[in-house]
Write a protein that binds this ligand. Structure first.
Ligand SMILES: Nc1ncnc2c1ncn2[C@@H]1O[C@H](COP(=O)(O)OP(=O)(O)OP(=O)(O)O)[C@@H](O)[C@H]1O
Length: 459
């Protein structure tokens, strides 16, 4: 992070930034009382040669930031510069691709692409030629006369790209450009965008993409910024040094995804060191021993799985969060937990229910507990270890500290406590073990009953 910041500073110093935001803040007035601060004083610059991805939880101000950087909205404080001139006082050359495509439905494909050129006063013949060329570039040759409603989502977004690129923007902004598309279409368009970019088929000098999708950011970006909220601020800003084409399954890739995931879902924890991306580093086996248990309840997982089943067993996580009016970062731990237990598979932002997951969702409570117990023992080392330790002790009880000591090799002190809390919730539900809070000891469920019975006899 520091290195990235230094690089940016150096670029700013050499006047290289195309867009430079200096201490920009945004407030919105409230009808009732005072104004709300949405973005706290933030510096951010966009330099040539990079694809910059902006990630952040819902409401962290990503779209607000994009609007300020493109001059669509004025910061309440601070200043945005375009080649070192205040953005409001100069002509800027940017385009925006929107999630909703934002095409004019009454215009043909060609007319849609021509529209921004017309607005800039380009003469009809040149307008037509440039638009036809651009349609060809994005693979829409032959669809000039079609209307948007006749096209699939992917083709509409191709029109969106053609319309954005036809003016040869110096910076191409994109606000969730692939999230309304199905998985395969989105993947194709991402690859094509990367190809246009790497082969310099488009004259664009920088790309700024707002996204909810962590893998998409790691796949595309040269630099990633993650925003936190209340009010919006930069939590981490780092360079992605992986070679293209990037392999989603490679260790440096998954480590970066995990790192960003942690930054996104744990706003209370300072953004840790960005993982090594060279792939040379050998994993410390001890560090990898325990999976991080996502803090989700079994009932939450059951609810999510039932909802997914209702939707045919598969849905885009972000769309699901939207449909449920859930914050994505509240939903992700539940998705993660269900995935860890083998009830769900997640690929490219699409969650699909597994056979076990479907059975779990459809079963009565006792069978659910049984399935959860099997899944937990098969997939979660910590739960397995707690159960074994309890079984092997003659009195079937072990103090909490014993497990805290094992976990603290790997987690922070607070996280150890949180991990054990989740283990207790899961273990109790699965009837694998219980926890006696007054004595701070884990116990086998039967052992506790026996103890209680013994106490009664003594009384
Ligand atoms: N015109 C407005 N008036 C009042 N509040 C606003 C306005 N526009 C945005 N906000 C608030 O500002 C905050 C940031 O909104 P913004 O849309 O920029 O976030 P975001 O990170 O893009 O969210 P999402 O990922 O859900 O699109 C939110 O709390 C939102 O409710």
């Amino acid at each position: 992070m520091q290195e990235a910041a230094l690089q940016n500073d150096a670029r700013i110093a050499s006047g290289e930034a195309i867009i430079r935001a200096e201490k920009i803040e945004k407030y919105y007035s409230q009808p009732s009382e005072n104004r709300i601060q949405v973005i706290s004083a933030t510096d951010l610059n966009i330099v040539p040669g990079e694809i910059l991805a902006l990630l952040g939880p819902s409401g962290s101000g990503k779209s607000t930031m994009l609007r300020m950087l493109t001059g669509l909205s004025r910061p309440s404080a601070g200043q945005v510069y375009w080649h070192e001139k205040p953005i409001a006082q100069t002509e800027i050359n940017v385009s925006i691709v929107f999630q909703s495509f934002a095409l004019f439905p009454w215009m043909t494909v060609l007319e849609n692409v021509e529209a921004p050129l017309q607005a800039r006063g380009v003469l009809p013949e040149e307008r037509r030629q440039r638009s036809m060329r651009m349609l060809d570039t994005v693979g829409l040759d032959g669809f000039e006369a079609a209307y948007p409603k006749e096209l699939s989502g992917g083709m509409r977004q191709r029109v969106g790209f053609a319309r954005a690129l036809v003016v040869e923007p110096e910076v191409l902004f994109m606000d969730e450009p692939f999230s309304a598309l199905d998985v395969l279409t989105a993947e194709n368009l991402r690859s094509e965008l990367l190809e246009l970019w790497s082969k310099k088929t488009m004259p664009t000098k920088a790309v700024f993409i707002v996204t909810h999708n962590i893998e998409e950011a790691v796949l595309l970006a040269d630099r990633i910024i993650v925003l936190g909220r209340n009010p919006g601020h930069i939590r981490t800003d780092f360079r992605v040094q992986l070679q293209h084409p990037r392999d989603r399954k490679s260790e440096p890739f998954t480590q970066l995804v995990d790192y960003i995931y942690t930054v996104l879902t744990r706003p209370d924890v300072p953004a840790a060191q960005v993982p090594d991306q060279t792939g040379r580093k050998v994993r410390d086996q001890r560090q990898m021993k325990y999976q991080m248990l996502p803090h989700a309840r079994p009932g939450g997982m059951a609810g999510l799985l039932e909802l997914l089943l209702d939707k045919g067993g598969r849905d885009d996580i972000y769309r699901l969060a939207d449909d449920l009016a859930f914050e994505i970062d509240d939903l992700l731990p539940i998705v993660d937990a269900a995935q860890l237990l083998g009830f769900l598979k997640v690929e490219e932002g699409d969650a699909s229910i597994t056979e076990n997951g479907a059975e779990f969702a459809n079963s009565e409570i006792l069978r659910q507990k049984e399935l959860f117990r099997d899944a937990a023992q098969a997939n979660v080392l910590l739960l397995r270890q707690i159960r074994r330790a309890l079984e092997s002790k003659s009195d079937h009880t072990v103090p909490e500290d014993f497990f805290l000591d094992m976990l603290d090799e790997q987690f922070s002190e607070d996280e150890c406590v949180r991990q054990l809390e989740t283990a207790v919730t899961w273990g109790r539900y699965a009837e694998l073990f219980d926890f006696d809070a007054s004595r701070r000891r884990f116990v086998l469920p039967d052992a506790q009953e026996e103890e209680a019975a013994a106490d009664e006899v003594e009384d």
